[in-house]
Ligand binder design. Structure first.
Ligand SMILES: [Zn+2]
Length: 247
């Protein structure tokens, strides 16, 4: 069984029922979380998981809505008596910021602290940096305001899901999403470091994906308008991501 659950779908400002964008990937032998802007404990429980089942945490970039809750996540894992190691993946700058964030809380002094490994993802990208019998996750740098990675999640023999993360339209999003079943594309709006719904549609067409899911969008804008803008550039299926949606 491999499932991708959208734990949060909001842009940087969350609202009732819509947390900051973060994802859960559940494969046969691995549970992977992508980002943690909000405390994910309750959301993981709702997805039938537990924080201490998470083996790997991918941090896409060092913005607060993507990793602001890291110290609380690690503390909750420790309070829940975690023993198994956690691997945190990210670019060098992202992991250095993550360590600084944890050091604010003297995490090295927590009694009986579980092992945390940091895996540096090279700027050039890393194919299959998370690899298991039914899951392969690869990254490439995308174009945001700070160094950021996008993801290609391959669920063996079943599905390919690309997650743009925060980015403006760029060649690497097209590479990550090439012929994917689903493109999970940020649609925060046109401007530096971000993508509009229409541009998301354009990317989906260019990458040849089957389905486009808009995420990290401005929920003050009418939903039908967001969808119509994306559909003006893409004739495949388009939906808006919602919290707890299965991809
Ligand atoms: Zn960001």
């Amino acid at each position: 069984m491999s499932v991708v659950t959208i734990l949060g779908s909001a842009n940087a400002v969350p609202k009732i029922g819509q947390d900051n964008t973060h994802l859960l990937i559940q494969a046969n032998h691995k549970t992977v979380m992508v980002d943690c802007g909000d405390n994910p404990v309750a959301k993981l429980a709702a997805a039938g998981s537990h924080i201490n089942q998470v083996n790997d945490l991918i941090l896409t970039h060092f913005h607060a809505d993507h990793m602001g809750s890291l110290p609380l996540l690690i503390m909750d894992m420790w309070l829940e008596k975690r023993e198994s190691p956690l691997t945190i993946h990210g670019l060098e700058i992202t992991l250095s910021k993550a360590r600084s964030l944890l050091e604010v809380f003297n995490w090295q002094d927590w009694k009986g602290m579980f092992p945390v490994n940091f895996n540096v993802i090279p700027d050039a990208g890393h194919e299959g940096f998370i690899l298991d019998e039914d899951l392969a996750i690869s990254t490439l740098m995308v174009q945001h305001l700070v160094p950021t990675i996008g993801l290609r999640i391959e669920i063996m023999g079943k599905k390919v899901i690309a997650y743009s993360c925060d980015t403006e339209p760029c060649e690497n999003v097209l590479k990550l999403a090439s012929q994917a079943d689903v493109l999970l594309q940020e649609a925060a709006g046109e401007g530096k470091g971000h993508t509009s719904p229409a541009q998301a549609g354009w990317l989906a067409t260019r990458a040849g994906v089957k389905k486009l899911v808009l995420i990290h969008y401005d929920s003050r804008i009418d939903e039908e308008r967001l969808l119509a803008d994306a559909r003006s550039e893409f004739t495949g299926e388009v939906v808006l991501a919602k919290d707890m949606m299965l991809v």
